[in-house]
Design a binder for this molecule. Sequence first.
Ligand code: NDP
Length: 270
Amino acid sequence: MVNRKVDQYAVIGNPIAHSKSPYLHAVFARQSQQNLSYRALLAPLNGFEATVRQFIRDGGRGANVTLPFKLDAFNLCDEVTPGASAAGAVNTLWFKNKKIVGDNTDGIGLVTDIARNAYLCLQNKRILLLGAGGAARGVMLPLLECQPAEIIIANRSSEKAWKLINQFKQFGKLSCTEFKDIQGQFDLVINATSASIAAQLLPVPDSVYAPTTLAYDMMYADQPTLFMKHATKLGAQTRDGWGMLVEQAAESFYLWRGVRPETAKLLASR
Ligand code: NDP
């Protein structure tokens, strides 16, 4: 039963039962004393738009969008922010004057987690980005805005890496390479592939890691991923994508409510 007296928010995806977003937003709402409801909405695979429009009719104020609908959300929007436009995908919607507006907070979530929670300033740093799918594209602009020395992209299919380079080359120094040909050490190695989901180790040379390297897996799980275990064995620092998830949720909350929630306790809660 929908309580129309309370502002309605949701996360829309398929599948959706596993989503941590209702928990995160409930914590943010309690902590900032915002009276709102946030629930998980399962959209049929061919029914994303209908689900959003029904949610708006039911009093929805905003929504997060997760797999596999981030591109559908982008296409549905009447307006998108420059960040969403660069990412080509939307994970945060709000509804204003009969318009659907979209942003993408994934990249800001990653950069905030690295800079504020892992204390790594990215200015003049060497970054290795593994993967060139949706998540990689979403983080490109926020990473480049931190003014790293360079970003080297390695992806299984090199044409996708080239596409990213062509889209973002005006914002910083970018190049791409095969996994096995990656040269030198990096300050930050980001695993933006879904290889960890299949428990596969990428064929990246061990020499990319130094003791000061942060090896960041965008995936999060109860246990360290294979990518993280391998980097730890080689002496690097590691971090998974839990902080990215928490920080992208905090950014969405801020966009909707104008209140920036405190994330420290959530970050420490696992
Ligand atoms: P996509 O399907 O868009 O892209 C998948 C990427 O992984 C592609 O670059 C693909 O390469 C590569 N890949 C897949 N399997 C392998 C493999 N076995 N070996 C080498 N490369 C492989 O997925 P997303 O970009 O949306 O997601 C990527 C990861 O990021 C996932 O683990 C996801 O959970 C995580 N993520 C985390 C978020 C968070 O908040 N923490 C937010 C968003 C994503 P190719 O192009 O050659 O197919």
